[in-house]
Ligand binder design. Structure first.
Ligand code: MN
Length: 479
Protein backbone atom coordinates (compact mmCIF):
# COMPACT_ATOMS: atom_id res chain seq x y z
CA UNK A 1 0.00 0.00 0.00
CA UNK A 2 1.28 3.44 -0.84
CA UNK A 3 1.72 5.88 2.02
CA UNK A 4 2.20 9.44 3.16
CA UNK A 5 4.65 10.05 5.99
CA UNK A 6 3.20 12.23 8.76
CA UNK A 7 6.14 14.18 10.19
CA UNK A 8 5.73 16.39 13.23
CA UNK A 9 8.22 19.09 14.01
CA UNK A 10 9.27 20.20 17.49
CA UNK A 11 12.52 20.85 19.33
CA UNK A 12 14.27 19.50 22.42
CA UNK A 13 13.77 22.58 24.62
CA UNK A 14 10.34 21.50 25.81
CA UNK A 15 11.27 18.55 28.03
CA UNK A 16 10.12 14.98 28.15
CA UNK A 17 6.56 15.58 29.30
CA UNK A 18 5.67 17.90 26.44
CA UNK A 19 7.35 15.68 23.85
CA UNK A 20 5.53 12.63 25.19
CA UNK A 21 2.26 14.55 24.75
CA UNK A 22 3.24 15.60 21.20
CA UNK A 23 3.90 11.98 20.26
CA UNK A 24 0.65 10.80 21.81
CA UNK A 25 -1.38 13.50 20.05
CA UNK A 26 0.18 12.91 16.66
CA UNK A 27 -0.28 9.15 16.89
CA UNK A 28 -4.00 9.77 17.42
CA UNK A 29 -4.18 12.26 14.56
CA UNK A 30 -2.34 9.90 12.21
CA UNK A 31 -4.61 7.00 13.13
CA UNK A 32 -7.66 9.20 12.53
CA UNK A 33 -6.47 10.37 9.10
CA UNK A 34 -5.35 6.88 8.14
CA UNK A 35 -8.81 5.53 8.95
CA UNK A 36 -10.43 8.22 6.77
CA UNK A 37 -8.02 7.87 3.83
CA UNK A 38 -6.92 4.24 3.78
CA UNK A 39 -8.96 3.49 0.65
CA UNK A 40 -6.47 5.75 -1.17
CA UNK A 41 -3.32 5.86 0.94
CA UNK A 42 -1.94 4.94 4.37
CA UNK A 43 -0.95 7.78 6.66
CA UNK A 44 2.12 6.64 8.56
CA UNK A 45 3.22 8.27 11.83
CA UNK A 46 6.89 9.20 12.18
CA UNK A 47 8.75 9.95 15.42
CA UNK A 48 8.73 13.66 16.28
CA UNK A 49 11.73 15.44 14.80
CA UNK A 50 13.75 17.59 17.19
CA UNK A 51 16.90 18.57 15.32
CA UNK A 52 18.55 18.78 11.92
CA UNK A 53 19.91 15.21 12.08
CA UNK A 54 16.46 13.77 12.75
CA UNK A 55 14.93 15.76 9.91
CA UNK A 56 17.66 14.70 7.48
CA UNK A 57 17.09 11.09 8.52
CA UNK A 58 13.32 11.09 7.95
CA UNK A 59 13.53 13.05 4.68
CA UNK A 60 16.14 10.61 3.37
CA UNK A 61 13.96 7.69 4.43
CA UNK A 62 10.88 9.21 2.75
CA UNK A 63 12.81 9.83 -0.45
CA UNK A 64 14.14 6.26 -0.54
CA UNK A 65 10.93 4.49 0.47
CA UNK A 66 9.32 3.22 -2.75
CA UNK A 67 5.91 3.04 -1.09
CA UNK A 68 6.09 6.63 0.16
CA UNK A 69 4.40 8.91 -2.39
CA UNK A 70 4.49 12.09 -0.32
CA UNK A 71 5.05 13.74 3.03
CA UNK A 72 2.79 15.64 5.42
CA UNK A 73 4.53 18.04 7.78
CA UNK A 74 3.08 19.87 10.77
CA UNK A 75 4.54 21.82 13.68
CA UNK A 76 2.69 20.88 16.87
CA UNK A 77 4.99 23.24 18.75
CA UNK A 78 7.62 25.67 17.63
CA UNK A 79 10.39 24.07 15.54
CA UNK A 80 13.23 26.41 14.58
CA UNK A 81 13.36 26.18 10.81
CA UNK A 82 17.10 26.27 10.20
CA UNK A 83 16.84 22.67 11.42
CA UNK A 84 14.68 21.91 8.36
CA UNK A 85 16.98 23.22 5.63
CA UNK A 86 19.17 20.18 5.03
CA UNK A 87 16.34 17.68 5.30
CA UNK A 88 14.04 19.56 2.94
CA UNK A 89 16.88 19.86 0.43
CA UNK A 90 17.05 16.05 0.37
CA UNK A 91 13.30 15.47 0.09
CA UNK A 92 12.27 14.25 -3.38
CA UNK A 93 8.61 13.50 -2.63
CA UNK A 94 5.61 15.88 -2.91
CA UNK A 95 5.09 17.92 0.25
CA UNK A 96 1.87 18.86 2.02
CA UNK A 97 2.11 21.38 4.84
CA UNK A 98 -0.83 20.71 7.13
CA UNK A 99 -1.65 23.78 9.22
CA UNK A 100 -3.86 22.34 11.94
CA UNK A 101 -4.26 21.83 15.69
CA UNK A 102 -4.99 18.98 18.07
CA UNK A 103 -7.92 21.01 19.39
CA UNK A 104 -10.71 22.52 17.36
CA UNK A 105 -11.84 25.05 19.94
CA UNK A 106 -9.89 27.08 22.45
CA UNK A 107 -10.43 25.87 26.05
CA UNK A 108 -11.20 29.39 27.29
CA UNK A 109 -11.69 28.40 30.95
CA UNK A 110 -8.62 26.20 31.19
CA UNK A 111 -6.09 27.77 28.88
CA UNK A 112 -2.71 28.57 30.48
CA UNK A 113 0.89 29.01 29.30
CA UNK A 114 1.52 25.24 29.24
CA UNK A 115 -1.34 24.87 26.77
CA UNK A 116 -0.02 27.77 24.69
CA UNK A 117 3.47 26.27 24.54
CA UNK A 118 2.18 22.82 23.57
CA UNK A 119 -0.32 23.98 20.93
CA UNK A 120 1.40 26.63 18.89
CA UNK A 121 1.07 25.60 15.25
CA UNK A 122 -0.10 29.14 14.51
CA UNK A 123 3.40 30.16 15.56
CA UNK A 124 5.56 27.17 14.57
CA UNK A 125 3.99 26.62 11.15
CA UNK A 126 4.81 30.21 10.22
CA UNK A 127 8.48 29.69 11.02
CA UNK A 128 8.46 26.45 9.01
CA UNK A 129 6.55 28.00 6.09
CA UNK A 130 9.16 30.73 5.83
CA UNK A 131 11.94 28.25 5.17
CA UNK A 132 9.79 26.38 2.60
CA UNK A 133 9.21 29.70 0.84
CA UNK A 134 12.86 30.67 1.12
CA UNK A 135 13.92 27.31 -0.37
CA UNK A 136 11.35 27.71 -3.16
CA UNK A 137 9.70 24.37 -2.41
CA UNK A 138 6.59 23.65 -4.48
CA UNK A 139 4.11 22.45 -1.88
CA UNK A 140 0.46 22.24 -0.96
CA UNK A 141 -0.69 24.13 2.14
CA UNK A 142 -3.88 22.83 3.76
CA UNK A 143 -5.42 24.86 6.58
CA UNK A 144 -8.04 23.80 9.14
CA UNK A 145 -8.96 21.38 11.90
CA UNK A 146 -7.76 17.95 10.81
CA UNK A 147 -11.09 16.27 11.54
CA UNK A 148 -13.08 18.63 9.31
CA UNK A 149 -14.34 17.08 6.08
CA UNK A 150 -12.91 19.81 3.84
CA UNK A 151 -9.42 19.29 5.31
CA UNK A 152 -9.64 15.51 4.87
CA UNK A 153 -10.83 16.05 1.28
CA UNK A 154 -7.80 18.24 0.56
CA UNK A 155 -5.42 15.62 1.95
CA UNK A 156 -7.22 12.98 -0.12
CA UNK A 157 -6.78 15.10 -3.24
CA UNK A 158 -3.09 15.57 -2.46
CA UNK A 159 -2.70 11.80 -2.02
CA UNK A 160 -4.35 11.12 -5.37
CA UNK A 161 -2.15 13.65 -7.16
CA UNK A 162 0.97 12.42 -5.33
CA UNK A 163 0.17 8.85 -6.35
CA UNK A 164 -0.24 9.99 -9.95
CA UNK A 165 3.16 11.69 -9.77
CA UNK A 166 4.73 8.51 -8.36
CA UNK A 167 3.07 6.58 -11.21
CA UNK A 168 4.40 9.13 -13.69
CA UNK A 169 7.96 8.65 -12.42
CA UNK A 170 7.68 4.93 -13.27
CA UNK A 171 5.79 5.26 -16.55
CA UNK A 172 7.12 3.67 -19.72
CA UNK A 173 5.63 4.86 -23.00
CA UNK A 174 5.87 2.78 -26.16
CA UNK A 175 5.73 4.53 -29.52
CA UNK A 176 4.75 2.20 -32.36
CA UNK A 177 6.16 4.25 -35.18
CA UNK A 178 7.04 7.89 -34.83
CA UNK A 179 5.23 11.22 -34.82
CA UNK A 180 2.84 11.76 -37.75
CA UNK A 181 4.79 13.41 -40.54
CA UNK A 182 4.87 17.23 -40.37
CA UNK A 183 2.61 17.50 -37.30
CA UNK A 184 3.99 19.96 -34.74
CA UNK A 185 1.89 20.00 -31.57
CA UNK A 186 2.04 16.25 -31.00
CA UNK A 187 5.83 16.27 -31.07
CA UNK A 188 8.07 17.05 -28.14
CA UNK A 189 11.34 16.64 -26.32
CA UNK A 190 11.37 13.09 -25.01
CA UNK A 191 14.53 13.61 -23.00
CA UNK A 192 13.01 16.59 -21.22
CA UNK A 193 9.80 14.59 -20.60
CA UNK A 194 11.83 11.98 -18.78
CA UNK A 195 13.78 14.57 -16.78
CA UNK A 196 10.63 16.37 -15.64
CA UNK A 197 7.96 13.65 -15.42
CA UNK A 198 9.92 10.41 -15.44
CA UNK A 199 8.41 9.17 -18.71
CA UNK A 200 10.66 6.67 -20.49
CA UNK A 201 9.49 7.15 -24.06
CA UNK A 202 10.85 4.64 -26.54
CA UNK A 203 10.23 3.59 -30.11
CA UNK A 204 9.18 0.08 -31.09
CA UNK A 205 8.80 -1.35 -34.58
CA UNK A 206 5.13 -1.90 -35.38
CA UNK A 207 6.23 -5.11 -37.11
CA UNK A 208 7.11 -6.61 -33.72
CA UNK A 209 3.52 -6.06 -32.61
CA UNK A 210 2.20 -7.44 -35.92
CA UNK A 211 4.28 -10.55 -35.41
CA UNK A 212 2.74 -11.05 -31.96
CA UNK A 213 -0.74 -10.55 -33.45
CA UNK A 214 0.07 -13.27 -35.99
CA UNK A 215 0.82 -15.68 -33.15
CA UNK A 216 -2.54 -15.21 -31.40
CA UNK A 217 -4.47 -18.50 -31.43
CA UNK A 218 -8.05 -19.01 -32.58
CA UNK A 219 -8.98 -19.98 -29.01
CA UNK A 220 -7.63 -16.70 -27.67
CA UNK A 221 -9.50 -14.86 -30.38
CA UNK A 222 -12.71 -16.75 -29.55
CA UNK A 223 -12.39 -15.69 -25.90
CA UNK A 224 -12.10 -12.01 -26.88
CA UNK A 225 -15.04 -12.34 -29.27
CA UNK A 226 -17.14 -13.80 -26.44
CA UNK A 227 -16.26 -10.78 -24.30
CA UNK A 228 -17.24 -8.41 -27.11
CA UNK A 229 -20.56 -10.24 -27.60
CA UNK A 230 -21.27 -9.92 -23.88
CA UNK A 231 -20.37 -6.23 -23.56
CA UNK A 232 -21.44 -4.71 -26.88
CA UNK A 233 -24.03 -4.93 -29.64
CA UNK A 234 -22.53 -6.63 -32.67
CA UNK A 235 -23.72 -4.30 -35.39
CA UNK A 236 -21.81 -5.88 -38.27
CA UNK A 237 -21.72 -9.00 -40.41
CA UNK A 238 -18.00 -8.61 -40.95
CA UNK A 239 -16.92 -10.73 -37.99
CA UNK A 240 -13.60 -11.45 -39.66
CA UNK A 241 -12.68 -7.77 -39.27
CA UNK A 242 -13.68 -7.88 -35.59
CA UNK A 243 -11.61 -11.04 -35.04
CA UNK A 244 -8.64 -9.19 -36.50
CA UNK A 245 -9.01 -6.50 -33.82
CA UNK A 246 -9.36 -9.20 -31.16
CA UNK A 247 -5.93 -10.48 -32.21
CA UNK A 248 -4.54 -6.95 -31.95
CA UNK A 249 -5.92 -6.64 -28.45
CA UNK A 250 -4.30 -9.89 -27.30
CA UNK A 251 -1.03 -8.82 -28.94
CA UNK A 252 -1.14 -5.38 -27.29
CA UNK A 253 -1.82 -6.94 -23.88
CA UNK A 254 1.15 -9.20 -24.35
CA UNK A 255 3.45 -6.48 -25.60
CA UNK A 256 2.72 -3.99 -22.80
CA UNK A 257 3.06 -6.71 -20.16
CA UNK A 258 6.38 -7.88 -21.59
CA UNK A 259 7.84 -4.37 -21.79
CA UNK A 260 6.20 -2.88 -18.67
CA UNK A 261 4.48 -0.25 -20.80
CA UNK A 262 1.71 1.94 -19.32
CA UNK A 263 0.98 4.14 -22.35
CA UNK A 264 1.47 3.84 -26.09
CA UNK A 265 1.00 5.55 -29.41
CA UNK A 266 0.60 4.39 -32.98
CA UNK A 267 0.25 6.12 -36.32
CA UNK A 268 -1.83 5.26 -39.35
CA UNK A 269 1.20 6.13 -41.49
CA UNK A 270 3.13 3.15 -40.16
CA UNK A 271 1.04 -0.02 -39.99
CA UNK A 272 3.38 -2.51 -41.65
CA UNK A 273 2.09 -6.01 -41.06
CA UNK A 274 -1.38 -4.79 -40.00
CA UNK A 275 -4.40 -5.06 -42.27
CA UNK A 276 -6.40 -2.54 -40.18
CA UNK A 277 -5.67 0.48 -38.03
CA UNK A 278 -6.07 -0.75 -34.43
CA UNK A 279 -9.44 0.65 -33.33
CA UNK A 280 -11.55 -1.57 -31.13
CA UNK A 281 -8.35 -3.05 -29.67
CA UNK A 282 -7.00 0.36 -28.67
CA UNK A 283 -10.38 1.52 -27.34
CA UNK A 284 -10.44 -1.44 -24.98
CA UNK A 285 -6.86 -0.89 -23.85
CA UNK A 286 -7.73 2.72 -22.97
CA UNK A 287 -10.70 1.56 -20.89
CA UNK A 288 -8.30 -0.65 -18.91
CA UNK A 289 -6.21 2.40 -17.99
CA UNK A 290 -3.46 2.27 -20.60
CA UNK A 291 -2.69 5.75 -21.86
CA UNK A 292 -3.05 6.19 -25.59
CA UNK A 293 -2.88 8.92 -28.17
CA UNK A 294 -2.77 8.60 -31.92
CA UNK A 295 -0.34 9.92 -34.54
CA UNK A 296 2.68 9.36 -32.32
CA UNK A 297 1.48 11.85 -29.72
CA UNK A 298 3.48 10.49 -26.79
CA UNK A 299 2.77 13.47 -24.50
CA UNK A 300 -0.99 13.01 -24.62
CA UNK A 301 -0.64 9.23 -24.27
CA UNK A 302 1.48 9.63 -21.13
CA UNK A 303 -0.75 12.37 -19.71
CA UNK A 304 -3.74 10.13 -20.35
CA UNK A 305 -2.21 7.34 -18.26
CA UNK A 306 -1.19 9.72 -15.45
CA UNK A 307 -4.61 11.40 -15.24
CA UNK A 308 -6.37 8.01 -15.40
CA UNK A 309 -4.25 6.97 -12.42
CA UNK A 310 -5.10 10.22 -10.59
CA UNK A 311 -8.82 9.59 -11.13
CA UNK A 312 -8.89 5.89 -10.35
CA UNK A 313 -10.55 6.23 -6.93
CA UNK A 314 -13.34 8.42 -8.33
CA UNK A 315 -16.42 8.03 -10.45
CA UNK A 316 -16.25 9.37 -13.99
CA UNK A 317 -14.52 8.94 -17.32
CA UNK A 318 -10.95 9.87 -18.29
CA UNK A 319 -9.50 9.44 -21.77
CA UNK A 320 -7.95 10.65 -24.98
CA UNK A 321 -10.07 13.00 -27.09
CA UNK A 322 -9.76 15.21 -30.14
CA UNK A 323 -11.55 18.42 -31.04
CA UNK A 324 -13.00 17.65 -34.47
CA UNK A 325 -15.74 20.01 -35.66
CA UNK A 326 -18.25 22.59 -34.35
CA UNK A 327 -21.91 23.46 -34.26
CA UNK A 328 -21.72 27.26 -34.54
CA UNK A 329 -25.37 28.06 -33.84
CA UNK A 330 -25.14 31.42 -32.01
CA UNK A 331 -25.56 31.01 -28.27
CA UNK A 332 -25.57 27.22 -28.33
CA UNK A 333 -22.23 26.47 -29.92
CA UNK A 334 -20.89 22.96 -29.33
CA UNK A 335 -17.66 21.09 -29.90
CA UNK A 336 -17.97 17.67 -31.47
CA UNK A 337 -15.04 15.59 -30.26
CA UNK A 338 -14.06 12.12 -31.44
CA UNK A 339 -11.14 10.52 -33.21
CA UNK A 340 -10.76 8.45 -36.35
CA UNK A 341 -11.52 5.40 -34.18
CA UNK A 342 -9.90 5.66 -30.81
CA UNK A 343 -12.33 6.97 -28.20
CA UNK A 344 -12.38 5.16 -24.86
CA UNK A 345 -15.67 3.37 -24.09
CA UNK A 346 -15.49 4.78 -20.54
CA UNK A 347 -17.23 7.79 -22.17
CA UNK A 348 -20.15 5.69 -23.47
CA UNK A 349 -23.63 6.87 -22.57
CA UNK A 350 -25.25 3.86 -24.24
CA UNK A 351 -24.18 0.28 -24.93
CA UNK A 352 -21.41 0.55 -27.53
CA UNK A 353 -21.94 -1.01 -30.94
CA UNK A 354 -19.19 -2.90 -32.73
CA UNK A 355 -19.15 -1.66 -36.33
CA UNK A 356 -16.89 -2.02 -39.35
CA UNK A 357 -16.53 0.87 -41.77
CA UNK A 358 -13.91 2.00 -44.26
CA UNK A 359 -11.44 4.64 -43.13
CA UNK A 360 -10.91 7.46 -45.59
CA UNK A 361 -7.20 7.59 -44.79
CA UNK A 362 -4.27 5.17 -44.53
CA UNK A 363 -5.20 2.71 -47.29
CA UNK A 364 -5.89 -0.29 -45.03
CA UNK A 365 -8.94 -2.56 -44.64
CA UNK A 366 -12.08 -1.21 -42.96
CA UNK A 367 -11.37 -1.37 -39.21
CA UNK A 368 -13.71 -2.55 -36.45
CA UNK A 369 -14.46 0.07 -33.81
CA UNK A 370 -16.84 0.79 -30.95
CA UNK A 371 -19.47 3.43 -31.76
CA UNK A 372 -21.45 5.21 -29.03
CA UNK A 373 -22.85 8.53 -27.88
CA UNK A 374 -20.93 10.36 -25.16
CA UNK A 375 -21.62 10.84 -21.48
CA UNK A 376 -22.59 14.17 -19.86
CA UNK A 377 -21.37 16.33 -17.00
CA UNK A 378 -18.73 18.80 -15.88
CA UNK A 379 -15.27 17.95 -17.11
CA UNK A 380 -11.80 19.26 -17.82
CA UNK A 381 -9.95 19.07 -21.14
CA UNK A 382 -6.15 19.17 -20.89
CA UNK A 383 -3.45 19.45 -23.51
CA UNK A 384 0.31 19.35 -23.03
CA UNK A 385 2.46 21.33 -25.43
CA UNK A 386 6.22 21.65 -25.70
CA UNK A 387 7.09 25.35 -25.79
CA UNK A 388 10.77 24.72 -26.45
CA UNK A 389 12.11 25.77 -23.05
CA UNK A 390 9.27 24.25 -20.99
CA UNK A 391 6.11 22.18 -21.16
CA UNK A 392 2.78 23.97 -20.94
CA UNK A 393 -0.49 22.47 -19.81
CA UNK A 394 -3.55 24.15 -21.32
CA UNK A 395 -6.63 23.20 -19.33
CA UNK A 396 -10.25 24.16 -19.91
CA UNK A 397 -13.33 23.58 -17.81
CA UNK A 398 -15.98 22.20 -20.15
CA UNK A 399 -19.48 20.76 -19.90
CA UNK A 400 -20.18 17.50 -21.68
CA UNK A 401 -23.70 17.58 -23.09
CA UNK A 402 -26.12 15.22 -24.78
CA UNK A 403 -25.85 15.45 -28.54
CA UNK A 404 -28.87 17.51 -29.68
CA UNK A 405 -29.79 15.12 -32.51
CA UNK A 406 -28.84 11.60 -33.58
CA UNK A 407 -25.92 11.29 -36.03
CA UNK A 408 -26.78 8.00 -37.76
CA UNK A 409 -24.11 8.32 -40.44
CA UNK A 410 -21.19 9.14 -38.16
CA UNK A 411 -19.26 5.85 -37.81
CA UNK A 412 -17.24 6.78 -34.69
CA UNK A 413 -17.79 7.27 -30.99
CA UNK A 414 -18.41 10.92 -30.20
CA UNK A 415 -18.66 13.32 -27.28
CA UNK A 416 -20.03 16.86 -27.35
CA UNK A 417 -19.26 19.76 -25.06
CA UNK A 418 -19.73 23.43 -24.32
CA UNK A 419 -16.81 25.77 -23.74
CA UNK A 420 -16.50 28.27 -20.87
CA UNK A 421 -17.03 31.10 -20.26
CA UNK A 422 -18.61 31.10 -23.72
CA UNK A 423 -17.68 29.49 -27.02
CA UNK A 424 -15.79 32.38 -28.58
CA UNK A 425 -13.82 33.28 -25.47
CA UNK A 426 -13.04 29.67 -24.63
CA UNK A 427 -11.92 28.77 -28.15
CA UNK A 428 -9.88 31.97 -28.59
CA UNK A 429 -8.20 31.44 -25.21
CA UNK A 430 -7.23 27.89 -26.23
CA UNK A 431 -5.79 29.19 -29.50
CA UNK A 432 -3.87 32.03 -27.85
CA UNK A 433 -2.37 29.50 -25.44
CA UNK A 434 -1.33 27.28 -28.35
CA UNK A 435 -3.36 24.30 -27.12
CA UNK A 436 -3.51 21.45 -29.62
CA UNK A 437 -6.32 19.27 -30.93
CA UNK A 438 -5.40 16.25 -28.80
CA UNK A 439 -6.54 16.37 -25.20
CA UNK A 440 -7.20 14.24 -22.20
CA UNK A 441 -10.79 14.80 -21.05
CA UNK A 442 -11.92 13.81 -17.57
CA UNK A 443 -15.29 14.01 -15.85
CA UNK A 444 -13.62 12.71 -12.68
CA UNK A 445 -10.96 15.39 -12.25
CA UNK A 446 -11.30 19.10 -11.57
CA UNK A 447 -9.21 22.17 -12.32
CA UNK A 448 -8.00 22.04 -8.69
CA UNK A 449 -6.48 18.60 -9.33
CA UNK A 450 -4.69 19.94 -12.41
CA UNK A 451 -3.50 23.04 -10.53
CA UNK A 452 -2.00 20.81 -7.86
CA UNK A 453 -0.38 18.49 -10.42
CA UNK A 454 1.07 21.45 -12.34
CA UNK A 455 2.38 23.04 -9.15
CA UNK A 456 3.99 19.90 -7.76
CA UNK A 457 5.61 19.07 -11.12
CA UNK A 458 6.60 22.69 -11.69
CA UNK A 459 4.72 22.86 -15.00
CA UNK A 460 3.25 25.99 -16.56
CA UNK A 461 -0.57 25.85 -16.49
CA UNK A 462 -2.95 27.99 -18.54
CA UNK A 463 -6.46 27.82 -17.09
CA UNK A 464 -9.59 28.52 -19.14
CA UNK A 465 -12.76 28.71 -17.04
CA UNK A 466 -15.78 30.89 -16.17
CA UNK A 467 -13.44 33.71 -15.10
CA UNK A 468 -11.34 33.78 -18.27
CA UNK A 469 -10.98 37.19 -19.94
CA UNK A 470 -9.04 37.36 -23.17
CA UNK A 471 -7.13 40.55 -22.37
CA UNK A 472 -5.94 39.18 -19.00
CA UNK A 473 -5.05 35.84 -20.56
CA UNK A 474 -2.97 37.48 -23.25
CA UNK A 475 -1.14 39.51 -20.61
CA UNK A 476 -0.49 36.28 -18.67
CA UNK A 477 0.91 34.69 -21.84
CA UNK A 478 3.02 37.75 -22.58
CA UNK A 479 1.44 38.40 -25.98
MN1 MN B 1 -5.54 12.82 -33.91
Amino acid sequence: MQKLYFITGSQDLYGEETLRQVAEDTKKMTAFLDEKLRDVVNIVWQPTVLNSEGIVEVCRRASNDEECVGVITWMHTFSPAKMWIKGLQLLTKPLLHLHTQVNEKLPYDAIDMDFMNLNQAAHGDREYAFICARLGIKREVVVGYYQHEDVIAKIRQFAEVAKAIAFSKELKVGMFGSNMREVAVTDGDRVESQIRYGWEVNYYGIGDLAELAGQVTEEETDAKMAAYEAEYDMNTDNLAAVREQAKYEVALERFVAEHGIGAFTDTFQDLHGFSQLPGLAVQRMMAKGFGFAAEGDYKTAALNAVLFEMAKHRKGATGFMEDYTYDLTPGSELVLAAHMLEVSPVFADNKPKVEVHPLGIGGKNPPARLVFDGTQGDAVAVCMTDMGDRFRLVAAEIELVKQPQPMPNLPVARVMWKLKPDFKTGAAAWLYAGGGHHTVVSTALTMEDLRLFAKLTDTELVVIDEETKLDELQRQLGI
